[in-house]
Design a protein around this ligand. Structure first.
Ligand code: SF4
Length: 456
């Protein structure tokens, strides 16, 4: 038996910035950990050099990975970074490359973050498709060096220590996969979210900590939707993608959308709002990643607005959605660079389907089946963002995820529940499919839609 799953709920829903959890949030966190490591050892280098490899190099320009690393070296954190300072950082450092570092300062030139070409390293020997190496230098001497991997959803780890730091103590209700999670929920006579919340409460450092954390995430969902609906114009990056969230919502509100489709269309407008904010480098919440950040909040916020849900019901639904991501992260991957978009949008769709099914009155088995259906019908989904920007196909793909989540929840609620394929089985198949997928389709922008634009 594998150890109990101990991924934390607020690691699944991590407040940060766009456009990518693995290429922006993760590298920023890794660079900040590297800085902390230097400071803890009393290392004051002359300069820092950073090599980005694998998918971080292939699509890092479009994902602002270099900017994220520079921000992390300042000690800034994704959840609190001032977005104006972040986006101006290249220009700021070009004028003055010295940044405070303990009792002194270090030179950080933007060009010190290098996007390595495949010929400059051995790709097949990388510990993860998203790998970066950081060096603290003095003259020609390397004072300190670390390798970090950004493994999806903003999670980072060192190759020599791949485990997620365990929470303080064993979970009150241990589960290892979908099957044992459903069993724990049945023992508690509750939902999947009840199991997660009970475990999280067992790890609280003060009463109410988890509820406050989820409320904070919920407020960030709503704020992101509001901001995305206010803005118009082209998204950055030169692809010419226009913001469409406000227009889509206006059509829903004016009654020009088929009545039967209205709830889904409104939620799709919300997903556009979130993913457009993400593409513009705005404040978003991983759910479970940035690229797939729109699906869970869009579905849940739209449902909550119409049904006036009690805060406890919302928290429970968020915890149920988080439970699905915890299982996928533990037994497969939520990283597009590792398993393609099936790990990002596929997982997010399964999370939303599970939470929605629960909110619509599904029992724990139906909730599990809703997640399974949603994941099953995302198997094989590739990651091929055009120009390495998290825009096409990503934004529309989140809106499609909203519709699929609704369909999966409805199918599970209103048909005889089948056990032919379990959630655990489909997650294992997703992992294997990802392993079989060619590198071109795993966030390298070397295949699929990414190479489909006509030369002009
Ligand atoms: S295609 Fe999917 S996995 Fe790839 S960047 Fe876009 S949302 Fe993320």
């Amino acid at each position: 038996m594998t150890p109990p799953i101990t991924v934390r709920l607020l690691e699944v829903f991590r407040i940060g910035l766009g456009p990518s959890s693995s290429h922006t949030v993760g590298p920023m966190r890794a660079a900040a950990f590297f800085r902390e490591g230097c400071l803890a050892r009393g290392i004051l280098p002359e300069r820092v050099e950073v090599d980005l490899m694998g998918s971080l190099s292939a699509t890092g320009h479009g994902h602002l990975t270099d900017l994220a690393v520079l921000a992390g070296l300042h000690g800034w954190a994704p959840e609190t970074v001032d977005l104006d300072l972040f986006h101006a950082l290249r220009e700021t450092l070009a004028k003055d490359p010295r940044i405070p570092w303990g009792s002194g300062s270090v030179t950080i030139r933007p060009e010190a973050v290098r996007f390595l070409r495949y010929a400059e390293y051995r790709h097949e020997e990388l510990p993860h498709p998203n790998t970066m190496r950081l060096r603290a230098m003095s003259g020609k001497d390397t004072l300190f060096e670390e390798t970090w991997c950004s493994v999806g959803g903003g999670f980072v780890q060192r190759p020599e220590d791949p485990s997620i730091p365990p929470p303080p103590g064993a979970p009150l209700h241990p589960f290892h996969d979908g099957r044992t999670l459903v069993a724990r929920a049945k023992e508690l006579r509750g939902s999947l979210g009840d199991v997660i919340l009970a475990n999280e409460q067992g790890w609280e450092t003060r009463p109410g900590e988890v509820a406050d954390g989820i409320d904070h995430v919920w407020a960030a969902f709503q704020a992101c939707i509001s901001r995305g609906l206010e803005r118009k114009g082209d998204l950055p990056g030169g692809l010419g993608v226009k913001r469409r969230a406000a227009e889509l919502l206006a059509r829903v509100e004016s009654g020009r959308v088929e009545r039967v489709y209205r709830h889904i269309a409104r939620a799709q407008a919300y997903a556009f709002a979130i993913n457009e904010e993400n593409a513009a480098g705005g404040r978003v919440v991983t759910a479970p990643t940035n690229g797939a950040a729109g699906i869970v909040p869009a579905v849940l916020v739209e449902f909550a607005e119409r049904t006036m849900l009690h805060p406890d019901v919302i928290r429970n639904a968020v915890a149920t959605a988080g439970a699905i991501a915890m299982i996928v992260k533990t037994h497969a991957s939520i990283s597009g660079a590792e398993v393609g978009c099936q790990g990002e949008v596929g997982t997010a769709t399964a999370m939303a389907a599970a939470a929605l099914c629960q909110l619509m009155g599904g029992d724990v088995k139906q909730v599990e089946v809703a997640a399974e259906i949603a994941m099953e019908h995302n198997l094989g989904l590739t990651c091929d963002p055009i120009k390495g920007l998290v825009q096409a196909p990503c934004i529309e793909r989140n809106a499609m995820g909203v519709a699929k989540a609704w369909s999966a929840a409805q199918l599970s609620l209103h048909s005889v529940v089948s056990n032919v394929v379990s959630l655990d089985r489909v997650i294992a198949v997703m992992k294997r499919t990802g392993e079989d997928m060619k590198r071109e389709y795993k966030e390298t922008s070397e295949g699929g839609l990414a190479v489909s634009l006509p030369e002009c």
